[in-house]
Every structure is written in structure tokens, then in C-alpha cells.
Design a binder for this molecule. Structure first.
Ligand code: PMP
Length: 409
């Protein structure tokens, strides 16, 4: 084995170790892109090849890789402390500053934050909060949705063939078609909560219509079911607004976030009203919810720095203009049947899954990282950093066009 390890390039050695030690959980052969360093929209592999990261590591690096403001905040916090006791006993200024800044961009109904490490954990916390609110058991989610890989979040998965492998999951789960107003009558006074993405990601970048999201809000009000939005991909400026729900004006009872929140560091949260969050404290004998590393100070300072960059550098107002620029490029590529989504949360629909797969592979060879939505392989996702420049968009689109031409020639 030692001989094998020492054979070939650094990439060869890494590939060997990767296959030998790192568990894989996807049917797709790994890209094995061997990341060496990253800066802004660019990523380099161990062979020195440069790629444009046009998916922001799946909606994580919303202000690019290693943004200087994030790096400065991390370095300063490293001089102070890393982890200290949680469970409410210790006050940590990084959490206070972040929660205050976050609530300043959220509506008055969403003003109390529970920090965690990931999106799945945020969904788990939100479900528990809903249980404490109405003590009902039925949970509703939508076809083609993805809310995470923990057992509870997995129970909501909108693809029966995938979720059923892990049964038994959370009981009394019901799945409704997305964007179907008539189906909302199935939300009743037996429903504990409804979990929805405002723009479905795994389903192939499908926007919830304003009419659907508003009717969903009304139905939850009528029945007393809690409305939980999963903005784990769409949050933090992706849609051109802080959160995609702002467009319809229908505010959820609980908002789940992660990914783009942390400027590249792991963090997630669910946010609700003070009244709802009080239930975590009052409605149980000991511990409503807890996370040892949730709201880690390094993640919180990085998240605050990222939030401030999105807030201050004219980033948000430029998102729709950048979308427009991408749309103009795509209009020149007839093989793209439709460009779905809004802001910098876009999906290029190709003829079929085989074409999309080849396009993704050719893009990678040509130095552009794009990817497929989890369940809809006819679509190629574009979710570049919000801070991408026009020149970088043009560069990425030239590579995309060339790759499509190679595949569809
Ligand atoms: N919800 C959505 C919409 C997601 O895209 C993801 C992650 N891909 C999650 C939830 C789960 O987040 P995490 O992987 O951080 O647990």
C-alpha cells in the first residue's frame, strides 16, 4: 500500500486515499477535483488548473471563497476564544452581534434566533418547535423537496423512492404537489407544520408562485399549522433579496437558514418570534433543544462579516442585473430550453438528463464548475457568488457555451 501511495502525482496519491478512506454516499462517480486553494470565484486543483466556481460550493460561498472581510474576522476571533460552554449559560459576543444584525434584515415576526451548525439541524429544530406549539403529529412537505439528511429532515424528502429506503421515518408525514393551490385543502387542523422551500432547489429550480405561497400562508393561519420555510439555499441574497420569501410577502412562522449564511464556515439557524421560541424554554421538563457547537464563535464572526458585505457593498441591488447578464448570454445558446429561477439562483434546462450530464462534465474539463439539482438531472445549476464581476460572468458563460457546443455539435 505504501508503494501505491507514493506512486504518481499528488492528485494520484489523493485519489487513492480518497477512495480508500472517504465514505461515498452518492450513485454518481466522484469528480475527484482535488482542491488546492480558492479565492473569490476561482478554485485551483493540485495540478494548478484553475476553475470558476459557478455554484459557490452549492450556495455556500455567497461572497466568494475566502473573502478578505471573512478572513480578517476569523483571524481576530482566533485571538480571543474558539469554543466555550453553550446551553445558554455563557454569553458570546459573536452570537449577539450576528443575531442582532440578522434580525435587522428580517421582519418583526422573526426576531429570535437559535444557532446550529447546518441546514438539517435547523429543520430538526423547527419541527420540534412546531410540536411544542400545537402538539399535533402530521407533518406536510412537498413533492421533489429536499430538507436535509438527518432522519427527521429526511422524513420530509419529496422523493418517495429515496426516502422509503430509510423507513420507518417520522410518522404521519404527508406529501403534497408543489404550486398546487387545490392541494392546500389537505392542510387541516390535524397538521402540525408545513415545511416548504420558497424556490425548490433539488426539484430543478422551481419557484413557488406568489399566489401559492400566499395561499399556503392563509391555509396555515386558518388551520393553526406552523409554516416553516427552508431558505437554506435561497437565503442571504441569492434571489436578489435577503430571503426569497420577501417577494410574495408571505412571512413564515419559522425560517430555516444555513449554507450561504457563514461566508464559508459551518453555521445554521432557525428564527421565529419571541413568543414561539419561549416554548423551547417553557414547554418541556429539561432541555428544549441544544447543540454543543451551534453558533460557534468562528462561524458567527464569519457570518457577520459576510452579512455586512452583502449589506454594504451594493451586492444585493446588483444581483438582478447580473441575472440579466447571464440571461442575455443564455439567449444566445439555443440548446438551453429555459433558464429557470431568479437572481443568482438559476437552472438551465437542457433537452434531457444525458445532455445535461455531459455539459456538466465538459464544463469541468474546460474549467467551469456547475452541477445538477439533486432530483432533476435535465437542469444545470448556476449559483455563482453574488460578488462575481461582469467580466467573470462573461468568462464563465464563454466556457459554458463552448461546452454546450462540444456536447450538442
Ligand atoms: N435544505 C436544502 C434546501 C438544502 O439544499 C440542504 C443542503 N443541500 C439542506 C436543507 C440540508 O443542509 P445541510 O447539508 O447543511 O444539513
Amino acid at each position: 500500500m505504501e508503494n501505491e501511495r507514493n506512486a504518481g502525482s499528488l492528485h494520484d496519491k489523493h485519489r487513492h486515499l480518497f477512495k480508500r478512506y472517504i465514505a461515498q454516499a452518492s450513485e454518481y462517480p466522484p469528480f475527484t477535483l482535488d482542491a488546492a486553494r480558492a479565492e473569490g470565484v476561482y478554485l485551483w486543483d493540485t495540478d494548478g488548473k484553475r476553475y470558476i466556481d459557478f455554484i459557490s460550493s452549492i450556495c455556500v460561498n455567497n461572497i466568494g471563497h475566502r473573502h478578505p472581510a471573512v478572513m480578517r474576522a476569523l483571524e481576530a476571533q482566533m485571538q480571543r476564544y474558539l469554543h466555550v460552554m453553550v446551553y445558554g449559560e455563557f454569553i458570546q459576543q459573536p452570537q449577539l452581534d450576528l443575531a442582532e444584525a440578522l434580525c435587522a434584515v428580517l421582519p418583526p415576526q422573526l426576531q429570535k434566533v437559535f444557532f446550529l451548525n447546518s441546514g438539517s439541524e435547523a429543520i430538526e429544530g423547527a419541527i420540534k418547535l412546531a410540536r411544542l406549539k400545537n402538539h399535533r403529529s402530521e407533518i406536510i412537505s412537498f413533492a421533489h423537496s429536499y430538507h436535509g439528511s438527518t432522519t427527521g429532515a429526511m422524513s420530509l424528502l419529496g422523493e418517495e423512492a429515496i426516502r422509503s429506503v430509510f423507513k420507518p421515518l417520522l410518522p404521519e408525514h404527508r406529501q403534497l404537489p408543489y404550486n398546487d393551490l387545490a392541494a392546500l385543502s389537505q392542510i387541516t387542523d390535524k397538521t402540525c407544520c408545513v415545511v416548504a422551500e420558497v424556490i425548490q432547489s433539488g426539484g430543478g429550480v422551481v419557484e413557488g408562485t406568489d399566489a401559492f405561497l400566499q395561499a399556503l400562508r392563509r391555509r396555515c393561519d386558518e388551520t393553526g399549522a406552523l409554516l416553516i420555510y427552508d431558505e437554506i439555499q435561497t437565503g442571504f441574497g441569492r434571489s436578489g433579496q435577503w430571503f426569497a420569501f420577501e417577494k410574495s410577502g408571505a412571512v413564515p412562522d419559522v425560517l430555516c437558514m444555513a449554507k450561504g449564511m457563514g461566508g464559508g464556515m459551518p453555521i445554521g439557524a432557525f428564527v421565529a418570534s419571541e413568543e414561539l421560541m419561549e416554548l423551547l424554554n417553557n414547554e418541556h421538563p429539561l432541555l428544549g433543544h441544544a447543540s454543543t457547537f451551534g453558533g460557534h464563535p468562528l462561524s458567527c464572526v464569519a457570518a457577520l462579516a459576510s452579512l455586512q458585505v452583502i449589506a454594504s457593498d451594493g451586492v444585493l441591488p446588483q444581483v438582478r442585473a447580473k441575472e440579466q447578464r447571464i440571461r442575455e448570454h443564455i439567449a444566445q445558446i439555443p440548446a438551453v430550453e429555459e433558464l429557470r429561477g431568479r437572481g443568482l439562483f438559476l437552472g438551465a434546462k437542457m433537452k434531457d438528463a444525458a445532455t445535461a450530464q455531459q455539459v456538466v462534465e465538459h464544463c469541468l474539463q474546460n474549467g467551469l464548475i456547475v452541477f445538477w439539482p439533486l432530483f432533476n438531472k435535465e437542469v444545470v445549476d448556476f449559483t455563482p457568488p453574488l460578488t462575481i464581476t461582469n467580466d467573470e460572468i462573461d468568462e464563465a458563460m464563454a466556457i459554458f457555451r463552448r461546452s454546450v457546443e462540444e456536447v450538442c455539435a
